[in-house]
Ligand binder design. Structure first.
Ligand code: HEM
Length: 472
């Protein structure tokens, strides 16, 4: 058995960091053409073995806990940001329990309650932010949508107290914490650099805010409702212990950060695509008028309405296919593992890297793959059958890790935020297209390039578009 082929590099430690860091998708596809689906490259002293295609997704995402490990890779980066004793700073079995707690908090009932909160936040933003004054104008799509997304998720998932703080002190704490997600922090998470000091100070303050909210709630200060803090306050580990307040605080910070980049990148790309395709914006608007208004005026959105808006769902789905903000999913190899169906073995000095983006943009699975076309899902056999989470059982294993379309990952580390993300993104976009039409500044059918320089990819900044109010 041999090792997978290695990508050439000039600089010993840096390795291929520059080409991978500037455009990982290009790096993946160029080397895939040369070496096939499996090859190794060097990233800042670490040997990374990529494995793409359906088999690669399956091998890495559904790998056994005894063979592969996520916490060793993600822990150093995330623990200073999220805090201790949760997610990647605890045994995997504890993470599995924590993920189940979060899923309890995303019941249908909670999701139903979230719809008017999200819609209300979007309206408040449109009225109060100053971005949409007058009848038309231009706006910075990424900045605007990342603000809207944090306010909607804040109101719905995090609760009223957190939302109330988002406009002032919390926003700068969030920013300082976020700066902890530097690519360099994979290697040097505790380096005494100014951004790490600010990250640690922000973490301590943010934890204090959550602990204070929890304490006030326990002391009977507010009425119980369907947000995640209340849900976690009512959960118990298998051994009967309630979740310690400190862990609740850390889990809430984790959810805030996990949902924000991914969702705000998706909502920005959606508006940018709609600006490049005013015809689809009109179709989305008409879909609401036809299916929700029954010939009259459009009323407030309700949870059940979303099932009547298939094009809206496909706009979210297609955007997540073309623009995954998570381009690399990594696991540390714990012991030599033979790669089924090949002559290769991956040794324990390697990190494995999967990128579902590679299959999502592969012509073999999606004809004209680079083209954003929400209508493509209408005729696909897998239109309803994409990777769904399995209910029950101790580990949230998903069925479909051999799918070419895995924007939420698969296996034991699969995303638990999918339902909330779909709801949040759908309500944001539905509300925006009721109010506005969007256009590119130059009238062309193009969207900005992708910026890969931060850990999560997003449109190159500033990504501007033009808006026009539908009615005055
Ligand atoms: C995990 C994508 C929204 C919480 C993941 C993973 C992916 C992903 C690909 C797997 C990572 C891996 O295997 O290493 C997305 C996308 C989102 C989104 C594309 C939005 C469009 C959210 C939201 C939340 C959330 C809103 C919180 C409510 C999590 C958590 C994990 C995760 C806690 C767990 C990781 C683990 O078990 O290691 N997400 N996510 N995500 N996501 Fe999301």
């Amino acid at each position: 058995k041999s090792e997978p082929p290695a990508v050439f590099h000039w600089l010993p430690v840096v390795g291929n960091a520059v080409s991978y860091g500037t455009d990982p998708y290009k790096f993946f596809t160029e080397n895939r053409e040369k070496f096939g689906d499996i090859f190794t490259f060097v990233l800042l002293g670490k040997k990374i073995t990529c494995y793409f295609g359906l088999d690669g997704n399956e091998f890495i995402l559904n790998g056994k806990q005894s063979d592969l490990n996520a916490e060793e890779i993600y822990g150093p980066l995330t623990t200073p940001v999220f805090g201790s004793d949760i997610v990647y700073d605890c045994p995997n079995s504890k993470l599995m329990e924590q993920k189940k707690f979060v899923k309890f908090g995303l019941t249908q009932r909670a999701l139903e309650d979230h719809v008017p909160r999200i819609e209300g936040e979007v309206f408040d933003y449109i009225k109060g932010s100053g971005v949409f004054r007058g009848e038309s104008g231009t706006f910075d799509v990424s900045k605007t949508l990342s603000e809207i997304t944090i306010f909607t998720a804040g109101r719905a998932l995090q609760g009223d107290e957190v939302r109330a703080k988002l406009t002032n002190e919390f926003a700068s704490l969030y920013h300082d914490l976020d700066m902890g997600f530097q690519p360099a922090n994979f290697m040097l998470p505790w380096a005494p650099l100014p951004y790490n000091r600010r990250r640690d100070a922000a973490h301590a303050k943010m934890r204090g805010i959550y602990l204070d909210i929890i304490k006030k709630r326990r002391d009977g200060g507010s009425e119980e409702r369907s947000d995640m803090i209340w849900n976690l306050m009512n959960c118990q580990y298998k051994d009967g212990r309630p979740i310690p307040d400190k862990e609740i605080a850390h889990m809430m910070i984790c959810l805030l950060m996990a949902g924000q980049h991914t969702s705000s990148s998706a909502s920005s790309w959606m508006i940018l695509h709609l600006a490049s395709r005013p015809d689809i914006t009109e179709e989305l608007y008409e879909e609401q008028v036809q299916n929700l208004a029954g010939g009259g005026r459009l009323g407030p959105l309700q949870y059940g309405d979303l099932d009547k808006l298939p094009l809206l769902r496909n706009v979210v789905k297609e955007t997540l296919r073309v623009h995954s903000s998570i381009h690399s999913v990594m696991r540390k190899v714990r012991k030599p593992i033979p790669v089924p169906g090949t002559s290769f073995v991956v040794q324990a000095d390697k990190v494995l890297l999967a990128s579902p983006l590679v299959t999502a943009l592969d012509e073999e699975f999606f004809p004209n793959a680079k083209h954003w076309d929400p209508h493509r899902w209408e005729s696909r056999a897998d239109k309803d059958g994409e990777d769904e989470e399995e209910e029950g059982g101790d580990v949230p294993i998903s069925k479909g890790s051999r799918s070419p379309y895995l924007p939420f990952g698969a296996g034991r580390h699969r995303c638990i935020g999918e339902k909330f993300a779909y709801l949040n993104l759908s309500v944001i976009v539905a509300t925006m297209v009721r109010e506005f039409r969007f256009y590119t500044l130059d009238g062309k059918k193009t969207v900005p390039r992708t910026d890969y320089t931060s850990l999560f990819s997003r449109p190159v900044q500033p990504a501007m578009a033009r808006w026009e109010r539908r009615y005055s």
